[in-house]
Design a protein around this ligand. Sequence first.
Ligand SMILES: CC(C)(COP(=O)(O)OP(=O)(O)OC[C@H]1O[C@@H](n2cnc3c(N)ncnc32)[C@H](O)[C@@H]1OP(=O)(O)O)[C@@H](O)C(=O)NCCC(=O)NCCS
Length: 180
Amino acid sequence: MAAVCVRPLRASDVRQIQSLHVRLPLPKATSAHPAQAQILPVHYSHAFFTQLLVLPSRACLVAARLDHPHSPVAFISAALHKSPGLPRIELLTLGVLPAFQNRGLARRLISAVIDKLHGPLAAGILVHANVAATNSVALKFYKNIGLRISSEVIPNLYRTCPPGQRDAYLVAGRIDTISI
Ligand SMILES: CC(C)(COP(=O)(O)OP(=O)(O)OC[C@H]1O[C@@H](n2cnc3c(N)ncnc32)[C@H](O)[C@@H]1OP(=O)(O)O)[C@@H](O)C(=O)NCCC(=O)NCCS
């Protein structure tokens, strides 16, 4: 498998990363995983990516093969919230193309985005994200890196999605080098 590097989003990447956000292939259909369920259920505007490029409290990293540096295969975007209370990182979007999944890339991206926004992972930080209730792969992934899944669903968080795909869970917890 080709080596992959992780680097900050560049303005020249935006169009490709924006399209990657909407064209991540869907998982195989199962009863718990309807084929029509969207993986990233929100439309991400150009302004969303501009904010990732310019706001110091936001970051977006992309992963690309060393031999194809201009064709990203994965991305993560996140925001650092310093108040109220303890600093926390909100994971906004995360996606890895299927051919690059299950080799630790998402974990690597989470660790790198924490490092960029907050500092070395060793210190640990509170991390949270919203995940579509139908996205069992992502829910399992977040659980396995130490985040807890809220007991109650957030109804209609993704209002623009078709009925049956609008609910989400909050996943949250402290992440450090041991959990990742
Ligand atoms: C959820 C998602 C981001 C995970 O990405 P990923 O790169 O496959 O994640 P990782 O490789 O870090 O971890 C996945 C599994 O691979 C395993 N793994 C990690 N490193 C590995 C390696 N070097 N070799 C083999 N397996 C490895 C992990 O143990 C993990 O298994 P587990 O979840 O049973 O613990 C990916 O499935 C995805 O893009 N899904 C579609 C988009 C999506 O749902 N995004 C989240 C919405 S909020």
